[in-house]
Design a protein around this ligand. Structure first.
Ligand code: GCO
Ligand code: MG
Length: 404
């Protein structure tokens, strides 16, 4: 089955998404997500100008060889742009293979290991009370795992907050210049435990409670945070510190039993190697879109399984519904599954990407259509052209650039 066409679409039904569509001589098409928030166009160009022409004429069934060809064959290995492009190709080829086999993708991977995929949602508020209201709303919807974030007194904004009460969470700003936000670790460390205290007092311990620190603490500060929140039994603290230096997680680990999740910005198994091997983390958050598609993620998950590290894939709505559809197949199969992030999508987004997944009482299922169960409405997508937007940056009160 030969590849005859590989097309790239950039569309913005609320957020910019990069979509790859591969077509074979048998008329089967497959979709892949190549979205890299705030850096969409280089990935689109990497695909269009370099990889797509080299796909034409290849056997669509040779997924592994095509992955290796683009990984080793570029000479320049890894990196978010390269790996997002390879990921999209990989996803689209698995979609095609599953359609050709007449099976939903999870069946090809080895079948379902569970009846549904536990997903976690976001509860957020500018104050603790607002966060409690949002938590209650999500609990009511049936979520079994809820991430909680809230505003910090004395700081105009913080990670994970919407731009106003009742508005959807959207960190990026339109235009060509990122918004600059102020960050104070001291204020955060003093206040954050109060949020979990309020949640556990109000709702008890029934739901899994998660929290994202978004890379902002140093290792010793993260250790202090982890220790302080132990009574609230978090499911995880996410990205407590930047992870380029993997061994710095040792220091956090020595001080706290609060489980650790990291990896949403990683793009290969090498980024996770030491963290997994030394059991410095509990959940690996790599995603299909950035870490090499099904082929890359399967390797990471199997390796993690040796060390009892479970998956907890990144799933914000700046990854397209194509990624979410494929992730649900992966999650339904992967033996060492932990949880899947699910922020949800706007109506406009879901119209451009019609899907077969379902949500029932906190669990999702990818559906049983052959392939990954996602479509792409090319005509509708044209109504939403690329609209530049950038994630914010964070600075300390003296102006020093920090980690957003
Ligand atoms: C999460 C993430 C996101 C990122 C976003 C950046 O845990 O969901 O931290 O919200 O900030 O994906 O593009
Ligand atoms: Mg995160």
């Amino acid at each position: 089955m030969k590849i005859v066409k590989a097309e790239v679409f950039v569309t913005c039904p609320g957020r910019n998404f990069v979509t790859l569509r591969i077509t074979t001589d048998e008329g089967i098409t497959g979709l892949g997500d190549a979205t890299l928030n705030g850096r969409e166009l280089p990935v689109a160009s990497y695909l269009e100008d370099h990889l797509c022409p080299q796909l034409i004429g290849r056997d669509a069934h040779n997924i592994e060889d095509i992955w290796q060809f683009f990984y080793k064959g570029a000479y320049w290995r890894r990196g978010p742009v390269t790996m997002s492009a390879i990921s999209a190709i990989d996803m689209a080829l698995w979609d095609i293979k599953a359609k050709a086999a007449g099976m939903p993708l999870y069946q090809l991977l080895g079948g379902a290991s569970r009846s549904g995929v536990m997903v976690y949602c976001h509860a957020t508020g500018h104050t603790i009370n607002e966060a409690l209201e949002d938590y209650a709303k999500h609990k009511e919807m049936g979520f079994k795992a809820i991430r909680a974030q809230c505003g910090i007194p004395g700081m105009e904004t913080s990670y994970g907050l919407s731009k106003g009460k009742g508005l959807a969470y959207e960190p990026a700003t339109k235009g060509h210049w990122p918004e600059e936000q102020m960050w104070s670790t001291e204020k955060y460390l003093d206040f954050a435990p109060k949020l979990f205290d309020a949640i556990r007092n109000e709702f008890g311990f029934e739901e899994h409670l998660l929290h994202d620190m978004h890379h902002r603490l140093t290792p010793i500060e993260a250790a202090r945070f982890g220790q302080a929140v132990e009574p609230y039994r978090l499911f995880w603290m996410e990205d407590p510190t930047p992870a380029e230096n993997q061994e710095c997680f040792r220091l956090i680990r020595q001080h706290t039993t609060t489980p650790i999740a990291t990896g949403e910005v990683f793009n290969s198994i090498w980024d996770c190697k030491q963290l997994i091997e030394e059991q410095l983390i509990d959940y690996i958050r790599t995603t299909l879109t950035h870490a090499g598609g099904i082929t890359g993620m399967r390797r990471i998950a199997d390796f993690a399984g040796l060390y009892q590290v479970r998956t907890g894939s990144h799933g914000p709505s700046d990854l397209s519904p194509v990624c979410m559809a494929a992730a649900l197949h992966f999650d339904l199969w992967v033996p060492n599954f932990g949880v899947q992030e699910y922020m949800g999508y706007s109506e406009e987004m879901l119209e451009v990407f019609p899907h077969t997944w379902t949500f029932d009482n906190g669990y999702m299922h990818p559906g049983n259509e052959p392939g990954i169960g996602i479509g792409f409405d090319e005509e509708l997508a044209k109504k939403y052209p690329y609209d530049p937007a950038y994630l914010p940056v964070a600075r300390l009160s003296d102006g020093t650039l920090w980690n957003w």
